[in-house]
Design a protein around this ligand. Structure first.
Ligand code: ATP
Ligand code: MG
Length: 177
């Protein structure tokens, strides 16, 4: 039965402490949680710097760091599709069956509701700081970003030289300007 299996989608660019809080809270409501890594085909851009594999690694290590029972979740990369109208079918094809969607994204909410799925908007934790956009901005400005992500995620970002990647992506060659 899929009655107590939920779906939560985030791009996790990178995974931060807000994502961990919402995962922990949602796991209190469902038996199993499908964690969809959105825009899995995107990487090496300013807003999507990390690959799907890197983000799966961040999630796997961080959920272990927070002692979250591995039998309770599935991590599934979800590539974008060019037709929004087909996106829900695409997600359903790639994931275990689920009955409830947890999202704060307007498009995600709209598309699932049009498919008669129950959608709930979980509360945001310390959104001023726990935000992918804020963390990428701090990485570019060499400000403290490490305190906003689990320490295992900071380790992954160091291993893959993620901060340098983001900085290099933002350096415009004269010919590009
Ligand atoms: P970006 O700024 O790159 O869009 P983001 O912080 O919004 O990053 P996403 O990867 O877009 O994070 O994931 C979005 C989902 O993650 C939201 O729909 C919400 O469910 C959850 N989320 C993001 N930030 C928080 C937070 N601070 N507290 C709780 N949930 C959060
Ligand atoms: Mg977002």
């Amino acid at each position: 039965m899929n009655e107590k299996r939920g779906l939560l989608i985030g791009r996790m660019q990178p995974l931060h402490k807000g994502h961990i809080s919402v995962i922990k809270e949602t796991l209190k409501e469902v038996d199993e949680l499908i964690i969809g890594v959105g825009s899995a085909d995107q990487s090496h851009t300013n807003s999507n710097p990390f690959t799907s594999g890197e983000r799966v690694m961040m999630l796997t290590k961080a959920l272990r760091e927070y002692n979250i029972d591995p039998s309770k979740y599935y991590i599934i990369p979800l590539e974008d599709v060019s037709c929004n109208a087909l996106w829900v079918a695409h997600v359903k094809m790639l994931t275990p069956p689920f009955c409830k969607v947890y999202s704060g994204n307007s498009l995600v909410k709209q598309l699932f509701r049009e498919n008669n799925m129950e959608v709930v908007q979980p509360p945001l934790f310390n959104r001023r700081e726990y935000s992918g956009t804020e963390i990428r901005k701090r990485m570019l400005n060499n400000e403290d970003w490490e305190s906003l992500v689990p320490s295992s995620v900071a380790e992954v970002i160091k291993e893959i030289k993620g901060q340098e990647r983001l900085i290099n992506l933002n350096i415009k060659e004269v010919s590009e300007m």
